[in-house]
Design a protein around this ligand. Structure first.
Ligand code: Q46
Ligand code: ZN
Length: 312
């Protein structure tokens, strides 16, 4: 098979576009997609300061690399969640990339800075690790971006992630979530920084090809808490559909934005936003979820001494 652009030997076939590329023409395709997404969705301007959330996985490493390559003013942000082994290994990947590419990165360590690890707190208060993790990550991305004067927070969400989220929301008719799903979450309060997803039209496989063709190191293992997540099942189902009918994922997502989303807009009612009485970050309550979690972590330490084998 030959590359559609240059006629050289192709190294990747993109079934949904019925197109094959050699590795250097694939990179042209990839960066054109990213540039187009940033421009079409008005994600950020050339001189904006972008905080890129990096986990060490292929998608976020691809995003960090392409934004630097396109000349954006980018700083990486990594959060060490205290997940046994996995967190330290992924932090090392991020640090090695930062050093090798002279790319600035901000590292946060939940355990060192706040005195609790997410899995340990989740066990203590009987909440799912992933829901706690999501709350803490959202809080810290926004806080670091706000304190550092960044214009946008960029995440490596890809087409597979976005289509799986959409499928999940459709299956349970989550009108509010459907109204809000978007490649750009604009700032709705002076203390909320805009969130953007520049890779939302690129698949996991395309991000994998991008990091492999560029020799970018990434952590191959998944977070152990991702096992059994419903999003994985939705991705498998979408992949089956995609195999039978290439382009299904992209049509599902982009046609939702073009045709379906407008029917849910009435469910996106503005909520009253307050500033947390403790930390000043934006919340719908008096005290934000992050500060409430910190209070719970403190209380647990006082009320019950750690058992053997506990993380704190
Ligand atoms: S990192 Fe955190 Fe994910 Fe791990 S604990 Fe769950 S939410 S699976 S993106
Ligand atoms: Zn707070």
């Amino acid at each position: 098979m030959r590359c559609r652009r240059c006629g050289e030997k192709a190294e990747i076939y993109l079934k949904r576009h019925n197109t094959a590329f050699c590795s250097s023409c694939f990179q042209v395709y990839y960066s054109e997609q990213v540039k187009r997404n940033i421009k079409r969705e008005k994600m950020f301007k050339p001189n904006d300061r972008i905080l890129v959330v990096v986990s060490g996985g292929k998608d976020s490493m691809a995003l960090w690399h392409i934004l630097l390559k396109l000349g954006y003013n980018v700083t990486g942000m990594y959060i060490n969640l205290g997940i046994c082994g996995y967190s330290d290994r992924s932090q090392e990947v991020v640090e090695r990339y930062s050093q090798a590419n002279n790319a600035p990165v901000i590292i946060k360590n939940i355990e060192k800075e706040y005195g609790f690890s997410i899995p340990a707190l989740a066990r203590e208060i009987r909440r799912s690790t992933c829901s706690l993790c999501g709350t803490i990550k959202r809080y810290l991305f926004n806080k670091v971006a706000l304190d550092g004067g960044f214009d946008a927070v960029a995440t490596g969400h890809n087409l597979d992630d976005e289509a799986a989220t959409l499928l999940g929301n459709v299956l349970s008719w989550q009108e509010g979530y459907l109204a809000r799903q978007s490649p750009v979450l604009p700032s709705t309060h002076p203390k909320l920084v805009k969130k953007v997803k520049p890779l939302y039209t690129l698949t996991e496989r395309e991000n994998l090809a991008y990091v492999l063709f560029n020799g970018i190191e990434f952590i191959h293992e998944e977070c152990p808490h991702a096992l059994g997540a419903s999003s994985i099942l939705y991705k498998e189902i979408l992949n089956k559909l995609e195999d039978e009918s290439p382009g299904t994922k992209q049509r599902f997502l982009t046609n939702f934005y073009k045709k379906g989303k407008k029917f849910f807009e009435k469910y996106s009612e503005p909520v009253k936003l307050n500033e947390c009485k403790i930390c000043g970050q934006v919340t719908t309550a008096e005290i934000c979820s992050f500060c409430r979690l910190r209070q719970m972590a403190e209380k647990k330490k006082v009320d019950s001494m750690p058992q053997e084998g506990e993380d704190f």
